[in-house]
Ligand binder design. Structure first.
Ligand code: GDD
Ligand code: MN
Length: 418
């Protein structure tokens, strides 16, 4: 994948291009506009965009009623709200259900049987909305940290950009009521994600974002691998990688006054690791990254293999074929684990290590081993090397190439849909 780091310029160019295309042309050039309304409309929307505000909730009984009412004050009259509740024990869903009759089909709720995390909540909401005639989706927390006052500005920007991000990390934005430590952790997390991903978005982790429907289609929601808070980073990174135009607008993010945050240290640490998985998943298509990682993994396996082989065959003088098989099993298992967790991590984010995959990988490695043994025997027979392990090394190299091809095709084949 090609990454472009001169992103600010690109934004500006795009913005300029779009602004230009909206500028009234000189009279002589003016096409016969079908109607004035069409001519003046922003680039992508002939009518005002049809907005769906998606609000995930878990134990937000103290906030939800006032929050929903406030959001309705700031959105256009055709906009709707969808709450996704994970069976909150505090009865959040009941409160929403009582409000629904008062809003004439503009307030909806999805009740899910158990807590499934923020990412799943949003993905479910988007899927629900993609089947309906919305043009634009907004993500918002229910605890007033995302202030509804910003919605009109975001709606304005979304007519010119594919993604609009409520950003705490640009001039004019910030947080209120956070301890210095929490602030540092959040900023650190953001800088870390930016560096790992090579992505210039200033607020990668924030959850106050607006997406065009077409952007969500471009990202391909079925590709999302995150299940935790790294979901926000992944969505933004994928839209950046897909070449979408992105606008950050400054927001002030006050800490919640009521209820509790669901963010924990564990969730945060998980997100740090996930950034690497996201990078692999988005960048993996070249196959070259995978091969390099596979080769490094094979190299590590070879060290293990040769070490054991050297001790057993050269020092202890055991026969080389059974020794080679033993080495194969031990190094193969090591390779299987590292390939699963690293080389093919982008294909396997949802999958655990499994006996079935292990057997498949060992099977694929067996082809490699057949080549390995054949090459080793030929080399031993034909060249008078002082150590047999050199012949074994030649065999491993040949076997590895076969193994990569089979692994990629049969063990860790990427699935497009879950
Ligand atoms: N349905 C559902 N399921 N909702 C959830 C779940 C869940 O498992 N976990 C959290 N929520 C809801 C909360 O009820 C709230 O409305 C919203 O998601 C955000 O949760 P908070 O617990 O308030 O998150 P936070 O304030 O710590 O984190 C916010 O800031 C982060 C960056 O600093 C969020 O906006 C994150 O998305 C963001 O990454
Ligand atoms: Mn919050």
């Amino acid at each position: 994948m090609q990454r472009d780091f001169s992103f600010l310029t690109i934004y500006d160019i795009r913005k300029y291009a779009r602004a230009k295309s909206q500028e009234p042309r000189a009279k002589s050039q003016e096409p016969r506009a079908k109607s004035q309304e069409n001519y003046d409309a922003p680039l992508n929307f002939v009518k005002p965009p049809h907005l769906l505000v998606t609000i995930p909730t878990y134990n937000e009984a103290e906030n939800i009623e006032l929050f929903v009412k406030t959001v309705f004050e700031y959105i256009p009259s055709n906009a709707e709200i969808l709450v996704i509740d994970d069976n909150s024990p505090d009865g959040t869903a009941k409160i929403v259900e009582h409000l629904i009759p008062g809003y004439q089909k503009r307030l909806h709720i999805l009740n899910r049987p158990e807590k499934q995390g923020l990412a799943k909540a949003y993905l479910t909401a988007f899927e629900w909305g993609m089947d309906r005639p919305y043009d634009v989706f907004l993500e918002m927390d229910a605890d007033f940290s995302h202030r509804p006052e910003y919605i009109p500005e975001m709606l304005k920007e979304i007519t010119a950009f594919d993604v609009v991000i409520g950003s705490r990390n640009i001039k004019g934005g910030g947080v209120e009521g956070w301890s210095a430590i929490r602030n540092m952790i959040s900023k650190g997390g953001s800088i870390y994600s930016r560096m790992v991903l090579g992505c210039p978005i200033k607020d990668l982790t924030g959850g106050f974002n607006m997406w065009r429907k077409t952007t969500l289609e471009k990202i391909g929601l079925q590709n999302i691998i995150s299940r935790g808070y790294s979901f926000q980073v992944e969505m933004k990174y994928r839209s950046f990688a897909a070449g979408c135009s992105i606008k950050e607008i400054p927001i002030v993010f006050p800490d919640r006054k009521l209820g509790k945050s669901k963010m924990s240290k564990k969730i945060f640490l998980e997100a740090l690791v996930n950034i690497w998985k996201i990078k692999t998943a988005v960048g993996k298509d070249s196959g070259i990254d995978q091969f390099i990682k596979f080769a490094i993994t094979g190299g590590l396996g070879t060290i293990t293999n040769l070490l054991i082989f050297f001790i057993c065959a050269d020092k202890l003088l055991f026969p080389e074929i059974p020794v080679s098989i033993g080495c194969f099993l031990i190094a193969g298992t090591q390779n299987y684990i590292i390939n699963h967790k690293w080389s093919f991590a982008g294909n396997t984010a949802h999958e655990k290590l499994s006996a079935k995959k292990w057997i498949l990988f060992m099977g694929s490695s067996l082809f490699g081993l057949a080549v390995n043994i054949a090459v080793m025997m030929v080399v031993i027979a034909r060249f008078a090397f002082p150590y047999k392990f050199i012949a074994q090394a030649c065999g491993i190299a040949a076997g590895m190439i076969i193994n990569f091809a089979l692994s990629k095709l049969f063990v860790w084949r990427k699935k497009d849909h879950e």
